[in-house]
Design a protein around this ligand. Structure first.
Ligand code: FE2
Length: 160
């Protein structure tokens, strides 16, 4: 921990940093999974899904930045290299062999739902720890994630 004049107690900051690192790892994985879908999707809805999946990746990259910088503001070190992330993501493993729009919609909505669930859980943990600002930041992430889940899921909710 780095010293800071931030008035939150050290104990609160420590708890919140540990929790935020979990969400940072998930967010990096979320961005990579959306890129995986963006690059590899095929089929009649290609252009719509290719563009949508890139928007999801961009949103996740924004969350990565928000969360990493909050960790550092609280006196922590944001761990963002692939080597430091290994085996720590809580997201489901994304299949690298799927191709159709339907399969990518199913896989990415599964990832977004799982990611959103953990973020929602972390809002409560931040509030419990007494850090309203982190709870607010994560609420922004959660609200955005729900929106992207809707955008992706909508593709699978009607035949055409
Ligand atoms: Fe691209």
């Amino acid at each position: 921990m780095y010293p800071t004049k931030n008035s939150l107690p050290e104990k609160t900051r420590e708890r919140v940093i540990t929790m935020l690192q979990e969400r940072l790892t998930d967010s990096i994985d979320m961005a990579l999974q959306a890129k995986q879908a963006h690059w590899n999707v095929k089929g009649p809805d290609f252009i719509a899904l290719h563009e949508l999946f890139d928007k999801v990746a961009e949103a996740a990259e924004d969350y990565v930045d928000l969360i990493a910088e909050r960790i550092v503001q609280l006196g922590g070190i944001a761990l963002g290299t692939l080597a430091s992330l290994k085996e720590r993501t809580t997201l489901p493993v994304y299949s690298v062999t799927i191709a159709s729009g339907k399969e990518h919609v199913a896989a990415l909505s599964h990832a977004l739902a799982s990611y959103g669930e953990s973020v929602r859980d972390s809002i409560a943990r931040a509030a419990e720890a007494g850090d309203a600002d982190t709870a607010d930041l994560l609420t922004e992430v959660s609200r955005g994630t729900d929106k992207w889940l809707w955008f992706v899921e909508a593709h699978g909710q009607s035949e055409r």
